[in-house]
Design a binder for this molecule. Structure first.
Ligand code: FES
Ligand SMILES: [Fe+2]
Length: 460
């Protein structure tokens, strides 16, 4: 356990993080030692999002992805089409074996001395093997380092370095149906989406938790931070009355909450639907002919699929949520906040689009997400301004003595029969952030998964 010896005095992690009272010491965001402990205790253990199966459809296809600070390769095996996730670091002297963002390959050949790895990770080629190594190197021991577990959940690919981590389904708990829903096409077909390529990647000068623990956990910032964007009407519809983002305005009985799973750490802004079926479609893409026609038809199809059934919380038009620690899911975007140093975050954006949509629809969707998200997107520019200034403003001698305030909605959460295990609060509250910190503390203190829920619970 890290002990902080600063102006705050010797303090344990537990005394720095107090979700019950909504008080979080700034050390948790700016302290190097705590940051390195996060990499070990959280990012080397948790299930992390690494990509989508449609990014690697063919044998030999690969993408470069990331888990915590480290690059990994997601590759489809040439022989049996299985997916693998390997650390992108040569076993010889650590060189990046793959320097491309994506592609297709027969083998990964290291640019340093030429060791070659098959798409199943085996070391298959070593220059000077006969003469310099006298054929004595045991190649079977020097394959690429592979994750301990991988999960393909309705097309989304997740991995963990920890063999003791519970199954992905146990890890996400009550959020599983909502994740499934995020990877359905707009007509309700499972695994019905693909991602736009390439992935948007850029670095921002802030701690990963500024975006990671406030995105989908800080609905209060919207009215202030995004005021100009709302005035400029950049929603998909170019709505002039407040910049609405989705065709959500058709009447449909539902309740909007901030949501939090205090045991698992997941949560965000979610809608619980009180009526079965799908929200009726409302025309919104006035400036691009054909797009509304397409989405109207897919909504009708989805209506039939969900006749008599409730949509899971979240998903299409229903909000976005965090899967602990650093992924935000929505029905149209995936946001990753990769730690890149205590004061640097590598921000990644991926965007789902219906696999079967015609080009005109995909193009319209692509233009919308570029306008809205990413380094040049109008809303994200607003957000970055805050996160990037809050980090240095928290670094100073005086600033570090103060706590962050996460009290909004404290004591006003309640359970709901419709969604067991999840705590709900007013649609604007810091309930999701408090749940993330509760989980953060559990990971940071635990010696292994044996002490972390849900494994801990099973052992009782
Ligand atoms: S570092 Fe890769 S072959 Fe030497
Ligand atoms: Fe925002």
């Amino acid at each position: 356990m890290v002990s902080i010896n600063k102006s705050r005095g010797d303090r344990s992690l537990r005394s720095l993080v107090d979700p019950d009272n909504g008080l979080i010491a700034r050390d948790t965001y700016v302290n190097e030692e705590i940051y390195h402990q996060e990499l070990e205790q959280i990012f080397a253990r948790a299930w992390l999002f690494v990509g989508h199966e449609t990014q690697v459809p063919n044998p030999g296809d690969f993408i470069n992805s990331r888990m915590g600070e480290e690059e990994v390769i997601l590759v489809r095996d040439r022989k049996d089409s299985r997916l693998h996730v390997f650390l992108n670091s040569c076993r010889h002297k650590g060189m990046k074996v793959c320097r491309y963002d994506d592609g297709n390959t027969l083998v990964f050949t290291c640019p340093f001395h030429g060791w070659s790895y098959d798409t199943d990770g085996r070391l298959v080629g070593v220059p000077y093997y006969n003469d310099a190594y006298s054929k004595e190197l045991d190649k079977s021991k020097w394959g690429l380092h592979e994750v301990a577990q991988i999960a393909n959940y309705h097309g989304s690919i997740w991995a963990t370095w920890d063999p003791k981590a519970p199954s992905f389904e146990d890890y996400v708990g009550s959020w599983a149906p909502s994740i499934q829903h995020c990877f359905q096409s707009t007509d309700g077909t499972d695994n019905g989406v693909e991602l736009f390529s390439p992935v948007m990647k850029w670095r921002i000068p802030t701690n990963w938790k500024f975006p990671g623990f406030s995105f989908a956990g800080d609905a209060a910032h919207v009215a202030m931070t995004h005021r100009s964007v709302n005035a400029a009407s950049i929603g998909p519809q170019g709505n002039r009355e407040g910049g609405e983002r989705f065709p959500m305005t058709a009447p449909f009985p539902s309740r909007v909450y901030s949501s939090a799973d205090h045991e698992l750490g997941h949560g965000g802004q979610n809608t619980i639907y009180e009526q079965t079926g799908n929200r009726p479609y409302r025309d919104t893409w006035y400036t691009v002919p054909g797009v509304d026609d397409y989405y109207r038809k897919t909504a009708e199809k989805k209506n039939k699929k969900y006749a008599g059934k409730h949509l899971p919380p979240g998903g299409h038009g229903g909000g976005h949520f965090c899967i602990f620690p650093n992924v935000i899911l929505d029905h149209w975007r995936i946001l990753l906040w990769h730690p890149h140093g205590v004061g640097s975050t590598e921000s990644w954006r991926m965007f789902q689009v219906d696999m079967e949509a015609p080009k005109v629809v995909k193009d319209a969707q692509r233009r919308y997400v570029m306008r809205y998200c990413g380094p040049a997107g109008l809303t994200e520019s607003d957000d970055m301004e805050n996160w990037n200034y809050a980090f240095p403003a928290s670094l100073g001698t005086m600033a570090q003595k103060l706590d962050y305030n996460f009290e909004m909605g404290l004591g006003h959460a309640h359970p709901d029969e419709e969604w067991p295990g999840v705590t709900l609060n007013y649609r604007i509250s810091e309930e999701p952030a408090r749940a993330r910190f509760r989980r953060w503390l559990e990971f940071m203190e635990a010696g292994s998964w044996d002490e972390i829920y849900p494994v801990k619970k099973k052992k009782k």
